[in-house]
Design a protein around this ligand. Structure first.
Ligand code: ZN
Length: 241
């Protein structure tokens, strides 16, 4: 089976469409969304509707949760809060109901999918370092856990209880190792590469590939400004930060 793993779309319709276009050439069997469909950019309804149609499974992100009042916005910075209130006012009741229905984690082929971290999916912890990853490996049992949330694609590989960070874009999944894999962000990458990020997991070939796709950032910036959202939310997309 070939799985497409997409995360942190953040209402960026142009990035989402570019990624789905690129994935058409990848012979994908199932699409899995790792959450944060909404928040930051100007197309929350369009992105939610597309994900509802395309994704076999979707887990809840912190921005999705905040937009439907399941997570307090206290932990969010001022820009994110502004975007969340705008998103909550803009989302249709049908799309809100869909976001409300999402679970925080799911398992496919024995692997875990969660937006932030396996240790406590609703405290929205980040996995940035090897030390963070070491702790998280104790909180799931399968071979791999796929996450989003930091918007930075990276893998943590646990080989004989030694954990290393691996930033290569092509990863062989070895039977004797365990993995935490961040697939990066479709709609707001923060690794200084503005191209949309996503992953293709081939369970027969036992490979995970992190892929990047360009999209029209200018269109998204214009929409953000027109919607009355903070200008910086558009500017940051140019730099991928
Ligand atoms: Zn996010």
């Amino acid at each position: 089976m070939r799985y497409a793993l997409i995360s942190d779309i953040h209402s960026n319709l142009e990035a989402l469409n570019a990624v789905l276009d690129a994935l058409l050439k990848e012979r994908i069997d199932q699409y899995i969304c790792l959450g944060d469909i909404v928040g930051y950019a100007a197309d929350p309804n369009e992105c939610t509707e597309i994900i509802r149609q395309v994704a076999e499974t979707t887990v809840l992100g912190n921005h999705d949760s905040a937009a439907v009042d399941r997570t307090s916005i206290e932990g969010f910075n001022a820009l994110a809060r502004t975007a969340i209130s705008w998103t909550a006012d803009t989302l249709s009741s049908k799309n809100k109901k869909y976001l409300e229905s999402l679970d925080t984690n799911m398992v496919f082929e024995g692997d875990l999918v969660v937006h932030s971290s396996p240790s406590d999916p609703t405290s929205w912890r980040y996995i940035f370092s090897v030390d963070d990853a070491k702790m998280e490996f104790q909180h799931f049992t399968g071979r791999a856990c796929f996450v989003g949330h930091s918007h930075q694609p990276v893998a943590f590989v646990n080989s004989k209880n030694r954990v290393v960070m691996d930033t290569r874009t092509s990863l062989d999944i070895e039977d004797e190792n365990r993995y935490i894999i961040n697939v990066g962000s479709v709609g707001q990458p923060r690794d200084l590469d503005p191209r949309a990020s996503y992953a293709v997991y081939d369970t027969d070939q036992k490979t995970v590939e992190i892929k990047r796709t360009e999209y029209d950032v200018e269109v998204v910036r214009t929409k953000i400004v027109k919607a009355g959202l903070p200008r910086f939310l558009g500017d940051r997309l140019l730099a991928g930060r």
